[in-house]
Write a protein that binds this ligand. Structure first.
Ligand code: AMP
Ligand code: MG
Length: 401
């Protein structure tokens, strides 16, 4: 393989994360749990309660003390439902108990109701041998008060929000939303809802990125569509630089005459890198305009998707304080041959079928439909050929959102 003059995905990724480290958001806000999904925890969430707060029954059944039980039927001395506070167990008796109810003092075992017989005189006969602690969920089984449940930097999904609710929290302290200005560049672009002029296409990147950004906890500033004119481009970047933590653009970063975004960034900004050994997505351009970082994604929808998912996403999570920004990936057998090694790392739209990755038939960077068909991206390293049954790394889309 001829050595590639392009920047590697690793180098680009490291450079973006270094940049992100310098742009870490410091402000936090308190947000209701119902609004906190996808946000990032600003402080450790520390338990105020033991969970469970007291030993409770894991079954509908009967609570007794096995240590002073000789196998004889027992009288039922009380009935305890979830939400009630029991009396101490009368020695030599058992208590009717239901799932989630506190186990009374003096009891050390719960037998499930299926394994007992109610005698005609109301007493309970236990049909099997019993052991101490069975079917009792001990106090603090899940966590102890004072324990760090979720560390600062944790992204909040439904599980984390449920953990916070379990401690009685109504609000959590989260890092403020990154403000991201989204700019679509291209004379040919038209917003849906407007008649299409000859030679034009509708803007599909804007909605894709807006939703993806929201899912990453960001506030989207819609910068609209920018014509391919350097003067306009410069003015727009000047306007946005004070409003945004990041300017995210699509299009205009290749080497063509109409590719103004890249030109302006190189002439009037501070370019950090341009052109990666990645396919699709080679023209990705990153730099600063004034003090604001700019990530210039290529305009082709699949290129925008791949570079956003693999590079911009990690940047946006890291500025919010997320530590592990590497997307989930795993090796998978491929269901196709890949006879020709490429000089750039490829990310193919692929689907998992019967434990193998298969490819969307059209991998053109202009084709968006393949992303909807696919379950994720299959990574083929530069210089690599594959035969059916070989393994390659798969990055599921579900983890990229
Ligand atoms: P560019 O990166 O500006 O050279 O654009 C590459 C290709 O992507 C061209 O065919 C553009 O028309 C197309 N494209 C650029 N921006 C968008 C967009 N926002 N939505 C859909 N297609 C786009
Ligand atoms: Mg363009």
């Amino acid at each position: 393989m001829i050595p590639s003059p392009l920047m590697s995905v690793e180098e680009a990724s490291a450079s973006l994360l270094t940049m992100a480290q310098a742009q870490r958001l410091q402000d936090s806000e308190s947000v209701a749990l119902s609004d906190a999904r996808q946000r990032v925890l600003a402080n450790d969430l520390i338990a105020t309660l033991d969970l469970p707060p007291w030993p409770n029954s894991a079954m509908d059944g009967y609570a007794l003390n096995v240590d002073d039980w000789k196998g004889q039927p027992l009288t039922v001395s009380q009935q305890i439902f979830a939400g009630q506070t029991p009396e101490a167990l009368l020695p030599g008796t058992c208590a009717r108990i239901f799932t989630g109810a506190p186990v009374p003092d003096g009891a050390n075992c719960v037998e499930m109701q299926e394994n007992v017989e109610r005698l005609e005189d109301g007493r309970v006969r236990f049909k099997q041998a019993l052991s101490a602690d069975q079917n009792i969920r001990p106090q603090g089984q899940e966590n102890r008060a004072g324990q760090v449940l979720l560390a600062a930097g944790k992204r909040l999904g439904p599980f984390e929000l449920a953990v916070a609710a379990g401690q009685g929290c109504t609000h959590v302290s989260v890092v403020r939303r990154p403000r991201v200005a989204v700019l679509s560049t291209g004379d040919e672009l038209t917003e849906p809802g407007t008649p299409l002029k000859p030679g034009c296409i509708y803007n599909s990147n804007r909605i894709l990125l807006s939703h993806w950004l929201s899912a990453l906890g960001c506030e989207v500033i819609d910068g609209g569509i920018l014509p391919d004119q350097p003067q306009h481009t410069r003015l727009k970047l000047e306007q946005l630089q004070h409003a945004a933590d990041l300017i995210l653009t699509t299009g205009g970063v290749s080497a063509g005459d109409a590719d103004c975004l890249g030109q302006v960034l190189r002439d009037s900004g501070k370019p950090l890198f341009w052109k990666l050994a990645i396919k699709p997505g080679k023209p990705l351009t990153v730099g600063y305009f004034g003090n604001v970082p700019v990530i210039g994604l290529p305009g082709n929808p699949a290129s925008a998707l791949v570079t956003f998912g693999l590079l911009a996403r990690a940047y946006l999570l890291r500025i919010q304080g997320v530590d592990d920004v590497t997307p989930l990936s795993f090796p998978i057998n491929v269901g196709f041959d890949w006879p020709k090694a490429g000089s750039r790392r490829e990310y193919l739209r692929a689907r998992l079928e019967e434990g193998r990755a298969i490819l969307y038939p059209n991998q053109s960077s202009g084709v968006l439909l393949g992303a909807s068909w696919a379950d994720g991206l299959l990574e083929i390293p530069e210089g690599c050929t594959l035969q059916r049954g070989d393994t390659a790394r798969f990055i599921p889309f579900c983890d990229l959102f």
